[in-house]
Design a protein around this ligand. Structure first.
Ligand SMILES: NC(=O)c1ccc[n+]([C@@H]2O[C@H](COP(=O)([O-])OP(=O)(O)OC[C@H]3O[C@@H](n4cnc5c(N)ncnc54)[C@H](O)[C@@H]3O)[C@@H](O)[C@H]2O)c1
Ligand SMILES: [Zn+2]
Length: 364
């Protein structure tokens, strides 16, 4: 088992460890018993993950002498809202959960964001632990302490910054992950290679087939590198004042494409297309070489993610969507571009025409 330390504000107990390994459930329970004592533990999980792993974790915790229970929510993004928050907090109250309770988020980003949010507000906050079971959770959402729920007006509009006490990344969970969910995480891994580590990018290039069949010998190392990049960025800019924005590489256009496709595109597919577009823009603006763009396109294509958009896509609709986003935020679109693989920067002014040209070029 490998350990990464996330060094944050010492005053508010937000520093914590990320532990990564294969088959670490037993050791995880021992560590929780030793380091994260609580009067009771409530495992929050979704219907899919509960069926697969809920009982196993509950039994392991009960056998270790914990007072533990499981709280299930329906799987899917549609659970990430205030009515589920009301439901969870209502059930916590009915069960007599007080401030001595520790919440355990067992699931993907939906469970993680929601449980973190509840933990940050229930009785003015209780501690929580992240046990991410999706690749997105393991390399992205469980790290960094952003919690959120969606509003009818948009995603992640209510939320807090609230760090978990610990994150446990057990790669065994990935064995049961459906391909499309796995690909969502793979898109984020490629993103980390592009923005943070040329060696990781190279490893992904060389090993993409083994990665796809989930048996690369470098798997732990690659996941650890992603966690390390994210945690290093969060350490410097926990509240997204500047540097943390580079994590949005591929996401600005990616989100717009997801929205315009009416979510026919998954998040990973949107991000993959957004990364190709950002690399193409970087070439057009003479920051990036054509060779590096080709490498980016290849690794994305070999990962089984899209690099071309449907001919029916209307670039204007995508640009209108970007503008809407701009209005909602602070009137600038922070577009992340690259000078080379491993060297991102934030560019606040991108010409609409250029974005339109790139989208036209990307049509299949
Ligand atoms: N807080 C952050 O920094 C951050 C970062 C990225 C994404 N997010 C959020 O994360 C969410 C997306 O997370 P996600 O992609 O993990 O989605 P998810 O939580 O909906 O999980 C995807 C699906 O996989 C199932 N599943 C989970 N683990 C499984 C396993 N081991 N085996 C089989 N099935 C399993 C789930 O039940 C669900 O149906 C979004 O709401 C997004 O906003 C947050
Ligand atoms: Zn993402």
């Amino acid at each position: 088992m490998r350990t990464l330390k996330v060094n944050l504000d010492k005053k508010i107990l937000s520093s914590h460890e990320i532990r990564i390994g294969h088959n670490i459930m037993d050791r995880m329970v021992l560590l929780i018993a030793k380091n994260y004592k609580a009067s009771r533990y409530v495992i929050v999980t979704d219907s899919n993950v509960n069926r697969l792993y809920g009982q196993t974790l509950l039994v392991a915790m009960t056998q270790a002498g914990f007072k533990a229970s499981v709280m299930e929510i329906p799987a899917g993004e549609s659970s990430k809202n205030m009515s589920t928050v009301m439901d969870i907090t209502g059930r916590l109250l009915a069960d007599g959960a007080d401030r001595g309770t520790l919440l355990v988020a067992l699931g993907g980003g939906v469970v993680g964001d929601l449980t973190g949010f509840v933990a940050s507000i229930y009785m003015r906050s209780v501690p929580y632990i992240q046990i991410p079971t999706t690749l997105v959770g393991q390399v992205d959402s469980a790290i960094g302490g952003k919690t959120a729920v969606d509003l009818p007006q948009g995603k992640n509009l209510l939320g807090t910054f609230y760090q978990p006490r610990a994150v446990f990344v057990d790669l065994n969970f990935l064995d049961t992950l459906p391909d499309r969910e796995f690909n969502n995480g793979l898109a984020e891994m490629i993103k980390y290679g592009i923005i943070g580590d040329e060696k990781l990018f190279q490893l992904l290039e060389e090993d993409i087939h083994a990665v796809k069949s989930r048996d690369s010998v470098h798997w732990v190392k690659m996941i650890e590198t992603c966690c390390r990049i994210k945690k290093s960025i969060v350490e410097i800019d926990e509240r997204e004042q500047g540097l943390r924005r580079i994590l949005n590489f591929g996401h600005t256009l990616g989100h717009a494409l997801e929205t315009v496709s009416d979510y026919a595109l998954s998040h990973g597919e949107g991000v993959a297309l957004g990364m190709v577009a950002a690399a193409k823009l970087s070439v057009k603006m003479q920051y990036l070489s054509e060779d590096e763009l080709i490498r980016v396109e290849h690794v994305i294509a070999h990962a089984g993610l899209p690099t071309r958009i449907l001919a029916s896509f209307d670039p204007k609709a995508v640009i209108d969507c970007l503008k809407m986003d701009k209005k909602k935020k602070d009137d600038v679109i922070h577009f992340v571009l690259i000078k080379k693989i491993g060297m991102p920067f934030v560019n606040g002014s991108i010409n609409e025409q250029l974005i339109g040209d790139v989208l036209e070029e990307m049509k299949a």
